[in-house]
Design a binder for this molecule. Structure first.
Ligand code: FAD
Length: 389
């Protein structure tokens, strides 16, 4: 606990110096400097969940969530690009990678020397992960050729490595199911689209990856086992959903700070606006949303931390539903909270020079990425119906 607080204090100083002065410019320029990855690694942000033998501090899930919350308060784009690298790419390696895969891919990403990404979504299949059509066909000599397209991939144009979900076809031509493959993106047959223009999170690049007869090596590129990709993706999504709730919490923190400071200094009808009942009500609502999301997020983080210590067969079967419920709740609260923060700012809230306008644009992703709210609802209900309540 002490170590966590010590880290959070150091990390807040880092964010004040290295993120806060630049976040607006990065957003305007539509990209992050690559140096931010090693800087975040050096301060210890990437290693919070990583075992010590891989250079991590292993402070645990709750410490990780509190750090994500902090970074998100300063810059959503940095949060999402960093998460795609050490989280979406790194966490499946931590859980399912072989020692050789960890040394080759996990360690350099944790060091911030390399950047990772995760490619699940395709132009015709987002919510319906089982419908993906990218194939990985094995030749008689064991080499695997990847064909297909991924879209909306965070870090697509800056990543060195990717985990790609594809349908594995063995050398006999049999479909062996969805499988994760780890690959280096600078190989022949792999190309990238231009970064897409987005509503928010503009400094976190998002785009397409194309695979045309790309030779991705042989069985050493398979992560976790043939046909295990769907299940591994769903386990990764649980962590992603918790991390998106941490992001929402950071957004709510930032909204409350910005809105309360504005309401103290802005005057109308002869008094600071917070003294008007309607504005004070909005601030109170914002605070209540923040506290509710904080309690829920920290509780699920604590439960996930405990769960990760258990043997696989003893894992909490309800944790997936809780992560979905948390993301569903947190993303709506954060969007509504950002809306209140803009409203409290009046016309200023519509102007790019005020941080709340960026928070408002960015937070819309939380109800879409990592599975839409509608998909979270269907996961929750299908879990409820399996329980004997
Ligand atoms: C900024 C950004 C970054 C992203 N980063 C990544 C990344 O790094 N890697 C990656 O793989 N993907 C990434 N994504 C993709 C993201 O995960 C998908 O956009 C998301 O899962 C939704 O898929 P879709 O866009 O295809 O929407 P669709 O699946 O086409 O859904 C469209 C609408 O239909 C609804 N819908 C669909 N099916 C159902 C159903 N069964 N029941 C009820 N409603 C339904 C949805 O809720 C939604 O409202 C990113 C997306 C964005 C915007």
């Amino acid at each position: 606990m002490e170590w966590t607080q010590e880290f959070l204090d150091t990390f807040r100083n880092f964010c004040e110096k290295e993120i806060k002065p630049h976040a607006e410019d990065w957003d305007q320029n539509g990209s992050l400097p690559k140096e931010i990855f090693p800087a975040l690694a050096n301060i210890g942000y990437f290693g919070l969940l990583a075992p010590e033998e891989y250079g991590g501090s292993n402070l645990g899930v709750l410490a990780g969530v509190k750090s994500m919350e902090l970074l998100s308060e300063y810059c959503g784009s940095t949060f999402f690009s960093a998460s795609a690298s050490f989280g979406l790419f790194g966490e499946p390696l931590r859980h399912f990678g072989t020692e050789a895969q960890k040394q080759k891919y996990y360690v350099p990403v944790l060091d911030g020397k390399k950047i990772g990404c995760m490619g699940i979504t395709e132009p015709q299949s987002g919510s319906d992960v089982s419908a993906i059509t990218t194939t990985a066909k094995q030749n008689k000599d064991g080499t695997i050729l990847l064909n297909g397209q991924k879209t909306y991939i965070t870090n697509s144009s800056i990543a060195d490595f990717a985990i790609i979900l594809a349908r594995f076809i063995n050398s006999e031509g049999e479909d062996k199911g969805l499988t994760h493959f780890i690959l280096e993106l600078d190989k022949p047959g792999i190309s990238r689209g231009k970064p897409m223009k987005k509503l928010g999170l503009r400094a976190s690049v998002t785009g397409e990856l194309f695979f045309e007869q790309a030779n991705i090596g042989s069985s050493e590129s398979i992560l976790g086992g043939i046909g295990k990709g769907f299940r591994q993706t769903m386990m990764t999504f649980n962590e992603e959903r918790l991390s998106i709730a941490a992001y929402c919490l950071g957004v709510l923190n930032a909204c409350l700070k910005e809105a309360s400071s504005f309401a103290r200094t802005r005057k109308s009808f002869g008094s600071p606006i917070y003294q008007h009942q309607a504005v004070s009500g909005m601030l109170a609502e914002l605070y209540t949303k923040l506290e509710a999301v904080k309690s829920f997020t920290y509780r699920v983080a604590t439960e996930m931390e405990e769960d990760q210590k258990k043997a696989r067969k003893d894992r909490d079967p309800e944790l997936g539903a809780k992560c979905s419920a948390l993301k569903l709740f947190a993303s709506v609260q954060a969007r509504e909270g950002a809306n209140l923060a803009v409203q409290i700012h009046g016309g200023a809230g519509f102007m790019e020079e005020y941080k709340v306008s960026r928070l408002y644009r960015d937070v819309r992703l939380a109800e879409i990425g990592g599975g839409t709210s509608e998909i979270q609802k269907s996961i929750i209900t299908s879990s409820i119906m399996k329980w004997k309540l």
